[in-house]
Design a binder for this molecule. Structure first.
Ligand code: SAM
Ligand code: DTB
Ligand code: SF4
Length: 348
């Protein structure tokens, strides 16, 4: 079934929500040059391939999480050295958002290590959203499962995007997480869409899943009622103390294939090269951009683990001739000419 409501008025190709596993698997199985060529074609049909959307993450409430996600350093039950903190003050969050904006980010994503927020947390997060939005940044939050009312309240506060990942294929999910169901994730995404927010939804690869299961993750994302507006593809960051520490490393080309298939299945989404970039070479990241990635997390830290430092990213953009997108007042994202850091200005 194609979805004409999601077909761009500028573009003829309707978006599909009826991918079967064999079709997705066949894309994964293409010869690498053929797959990259197809992904690059789709990328160019919908985006300027020299533009990359830039988001900055901040952990506004770290650690002490009751869930058992096998990859996560913030789960209280694993001994990972992450100290639990209380929710940050609005002032401290806004200061970090100001710095992110000055460094060139167009979107600011606030993450909390919650299974789901308590109703009493919502007004505090709403205050952060209002003030971050007032700086002219797009706002995103990732706070765990949401009820319909909570999603409505966040939207009311001006939240543009809600990040909630499927994480992996439905049939691999129970190998990784036992404290909530795959269906719970689909329910939260439905609440987010119903509240009128954009969805940011992707997953993690390199957790020991098979190629068929990577295909299953992307198939499920593409067959959601609406393609996620942003699709973060995380490569597992292995943290000592988590059950997934010591998992065999994913072949880097397989990671690039995952990006390329995501681009082909979800042509108009921002496909984000997410966690795991710190350990990637510049050459591998360049391949990901060729395969259709057009978004990154920018700034020295993800939530609790490292990310490339901003100088390395600015140099990479410059070497590859990439430009950061910038957000306009109306929320439309366009290209910017510079990434500006306190001490460095990079004409890209
Ligand atoms: N607690 C909320 C939740 O689980 O929805 C929000 C924060 S949670 C840390 C957000 C996402 O980060 C997870 O769904 C997962 O995809 C990603 N993530 C967490 N730990 C990771 C790791 N070690 N490597 C890669 N991605 C990771
Ligand atoms: C997403 O898909 N990746 C980000 C963001 N959404 C919240 C989080 C990555 C976390 C990596 C591990 C850490 O830093 O704790
Ligand atoms: Fe908690 Fe989110 Fe980490 Fe799972 S991924 S343990 S819900 S912080």
């Amino acid at each position: 079934m194609s979805d004409p409501s999601q077909a761009s008025d500028r573009r003829a190709t309707p978006l599909r929500h009826d991918w079967n596993r064999a079709e997705v698997r066949a894309l994964f199985d293409l010869p690498f040059p053929e797959l990259l060529h197809r992904a690059a074609e789709v990328h160019r049909e919908h985006f300027d391939p020299t533009e990359v959307q830039v988001s900055t993450l901040l952990s506004v409430k770290t650690g002490g999480c009751p869930e058992d996600c096998g990859y996560c350093p913030q789960a209280a039950r694993y001994h990972t050295g992450v100290d639990a903190t209380k929710l940050m003050s609005t002032e401290a969050v806004v200061e970090k958002a100001r710095q992110a904006k000055a460094a060139g980010a167009s979107r600011f994503c606030m993450g909390a290590a919650w299974r789901s927020p308590k109703d009493r947390d919502i007004p505090k997060v709403a205050a952060m959203i209002r003030e971050v939005k007032a700086l002219g940044l797009e706002t995103c939050a990732t706070l765990g499962m949401l009820s319909g009312d909570q999603a409505g309240a966040l939207r009311e506060a001006g939240l543009d995007y809600y990040n909630h990942n499927l994480d992996t294929a439905p049939e691999f999910y129970n190998e990784i997480i036992h404290t909530r169901e795959f269906q719970d994730r689909l329910d939260t995404l439905a609440h987010v869409r119903d509240a009128g927010m954009k969805t940011c939804c992707g997953g993690i690869v390199g957790m020991g899943e098979s190629r068929a299961q990577r295909a299953g993750l992307l198939q499920t994302l593409a067959n959601l009622p609406a393609h996620p507006d942003s699709v973060p593809i995380n490569r597992l960051v292995q943290v000592e103390g988590t059950p997934l520490s010591g998992t065999a490393e994913l072949d880097p080309f397989e990671f690039v294939r995952t990006i390329a298939v995501a681009r082909i299945l979800m042509p108009r989404s921002m496909v984000r090269l997410s966690a795991g970039r710190e350990a990637m070479s510049d050459e591998l990241q360049a391949l990901c951009f060729l395969a259709g990635a057009n978004s990154i997390f920018y700034g020295e830290k993800l939530l609790t683990t490292g990310n490339p430092d901003t100088e390395r990213d600015m140099a990479l953009f410059q070497r590859l001739g990439l430009r950061p997108m910038q957000v306009l007042e109306q929320g439309e994202t366009v290209h910017a000419d510079i990434i500006e850091a306190p001490e460095t200005r990079c004409v890209a």
